[in-house]
Design a protein around this ligand. Sequence first.
Ligand code: HEC
Length: 263
Amino acid sequence: MPDVPVHHIFGLLAVGAIVLSSGTGSTGQMIASAQASVDIISDDPEVARSLAALLRASRSVISANQSLINNPDIGDKGLSGRSILALAISNYKKTSGIDITTINPKSRQGSLIKAEMDSIVSVIDMARPSIDKKGTAFKGFIPAIFARLVGEEFTRRANGKATIKVTAPDELVRNRKARPDALESDVITTKFLKPDWRPGEPYSVTDSANGKTTFRMMVPDYYVQSCLDCHGSPKNSLDITGYPREGANLGDLGGVISITLYR
Ligand code: HEC
């Protein structure tokens, strides 16, 4: 995965360098840097970061196990929801030093992380009959689909408190469900696609939706070599999943993890 190491993401928070500014064309308002006003702003940035980081940590496990998943000769692959989650928790710890299982489950962060952990387990367990199917090679259980399903499951379980979505620049979107909303589109074109945007730097802004104040955080994701089998060249030729390739290049912005917290 093109994942920016989680410690980098947390590092940004630690130094207060996280970009918290208004998005052109959005209803967002300027909010102060995390460090400058720790006492008046909530733990929104940390909560959003951890939700995005856990999605990446778990998606990396699915990525690392693609050849096992697609091995037609093995039935039971031992990839249970619990075992994948354990690997994701360990990935998370390796990159950030934080053991997410120790976050107080009664806190907002703890309950949302728990909802995400439960979503990971449930998505894997539902896919297991297909993952364990002997005789079939490509199962279609790729990291992007896993991440979308976890986002959908989490959004249901978080019950109006938060959403996780993976989106992408409009011209790259394969699944309609992943289409960027107005704010995401705006951030992609006016921030992430600008040559001077620091690679991997998240963007956060307060906004509103359904009469509630929202905290939005978007984390850019870039194509690494393994992505180009499907998203690379020749443009418009079909990949193994049956979608036309986008003709993308190494290091191009491939997607965005978009977290929304409702206050
Ligand atoms: C095996 C082919 C394959 C590989 C390899 C692959 N993708 Fe995809 N990608 C897809 C498919 C198929 C979808 C649509 C998934 C769905 O239906 O939700 C997708 C969707 C996405 C999405 C969600 C937005 C959308 O278009 O629906 C992002 C972001 C993305 N891919 C990025 C990546 C990145 C980054 C990598 C490398 C780390 C990668 N992909 C590797 C096939 C692939």
